[in-house]
Write a protein that binds this ligand. Sequence first.
Ligand SMILES: Nc1nc2c(ncn2[C@@H]2O[C@H](COP(=O)(O)OP(=O)(O)OP(=O)(O)O)[C@@H](O)[C@H]2O)c(=O)[nH]1
Ligand SMILES: [Mg+2]
Length: 630
Amino acid sequence: MKSVIVGTAGHIDHGKTALVKALTGIDADRLEEEKRRGITIDIGFAHLELPGPNGEVLRLGFVDVPGHERFVRNMLAGVGGIDLVLLVIAADESIKPQTREHFDICRLLAVRHGITVLTKSDAVDAETLDVVRLEVEEFLRGSFLDPTHSPIVVVSSLTGAGLPELKQALAKVAAEVPAKDSNALARLPIDRVFTMKGFGTVVTGTLVAGTIRREDELEVFPGGKRVRVRGVQVHGEPAEQALAGQRTALNLAGVAVEDLARGMMLAPPDTFRATERADVSLSLLSSAKPLKDRARVHLHAYTSEMVAEVALYGEKAIKPGENAYAQLRMDERTLLLPGDRFIVRQFSPVVTIGGGVVLDATPPLRSKKGYFLKMLDEGTPERITEGRIARQSNQGLTVPQLVAETGWLPTSIRRHLAESIRQGQILQLGDRYLHGAVVEVLRESIVSGVTAFHKENPLVAGISKEHLRETVATPPEVLAAMLDLLTSEKKLEVAGDLVRLPGRGVVLKDEEAESKKTIEQAFSSAGLQVPALYNVLAGLKVDKARAQKIVTLLLRDKVLVKISDELVFHHSALQQLRGQLAAYKTKSPKIDVGKFKELTGVSRKYAIPLLEYLDRERVTRRVGDERVIL
Ligand SMILES: Nc1nc2c(ncn2[C@@H]2O[C@H](COP(=O)(O)OP(=O)(O)OP(=O)(O)O)[C@@H](O)[C@H]2O)c(=O)[nH]1
Ligand SMILES: [Mg+2]
């Protein structure tokens, strides 16, 4: 059994609701006010089973929309999920404003199948009917309802004339409609919310993709609330599951009626993110005024409606009848996915001016990359997957992230990735996929990061993974996978938490570190009575060259201070000396060599270079044979 959603479209009073009733026996006008005023205000529903041309059963769900120009927004809430449109034109009135507007909307939403129905045939003579038919044929020329490939059926809902032919045409066209994908990830745009006695919260909608089963958990967008499906109904009958393309009612647990509204969307939990921005391809109707950059519009997608700003990519305005790439910036968060169709209406006065398709629902805020949109617009799923991964640079993307960005199933994504991986365009690192060129750059920067670290820290065995990760800005799992790659290629070595270049042995480093400690201790414990440097170095385990390197390092780090060719002091001893002089100053502003020797306990051999050092450091100033303490 195949399920197809049939929508009506057309000007007010042209007989849409009457036609649906004549076909199905169901009055889609369910509101008391609708019955009283004799017009449709909100969308209504009906259903019909027809035998298809190949003997299969076609299950048609009807969405009957209002024709009144004030209720176009309700019409938009209904038209989002339709597969096939019945464009209803009354033979006694021919084409009217909402005939055009509804037809424009269907074209902008890329509805591809339909039947044009000339109603009220009983109300006109044959001549008038011929004239109207000519007008209508002219109107449809070149569109998806072009009369050369799409039927025009003349009916009277009053007398029943033409109804058998219409049913036949419906069966034929419905059989041609490609079935919606019930294996895809489920999305149900909510069009009605109400309480049913004994059941609680019920929502209805046209299931645009996937399957929803009893007991499924779903997430409400926006808002993120979780709900459980207590019961499913399809076309008013209890069912175990609803499939894409079916009018669906769900009895929901875990949510109050007040928390739900038309415009929200149900989808699998923890899979998608609501967005406030979407990059789109936008077409402006030729009947519209030019649309300026940053113009505010009413945005309609499925059952949702909100205000959005249209930011153009590079252009100052879109001209009537033209297409452009744009970023929609919404006033509210909503769930949109690439491929979703939308309509925009002028802010004021409110008329339909255009529509288009979402290319990217996770765009950067200020991307100037029109070419990226062109690729998303025209590329194959393989290229799009590759491009999305490349865009994330060092971060790459996981399969769940790709699902969230594209709405595709994990299996499809893996299939799209297979060839790129085989060709080396894409590499898998841990759970992430990175672009090949990015991996090359990353490889270089990791090796050069480690090399630079060794150069700056000759006495440390290696760089810690965390430090390296910060240096190259990449997720831990990507670094781990890169390190696996680089160690297998013998470009790096990993020991515990440390990463190093091959050959920078730890044993060697331990000796150096030990020697460094020995030197430091020798000088810090000596105070001002420092030993000769060559004596200290001679006692070390490391060779002369490396000992000299360690000293250079200690001097660079100002742990040791060289005050003459022969004399090296620990910085703490010199610090202490400054303290002693400051204390001495409180007794006497001046000091001579003798007093200095007395104060510090050093011999003349040390006292002279130390005082000269203090002069250089402007701790003292020589005046004759004495020093003024500054
Ligand atoms: N003579 C005649 N009258 C019809 C026919 N179809 C509908 N009508 C009448 O036309 C009026 C409008 O019909 P509806 O079916 O309510 O029109 P509609 O297109 O649903 O109108 P809205 O939903 O308000 O846009 C009603 O009075 C119907 O009885 C028809 O085939 N012949
Ligand atoms: Mg109606």
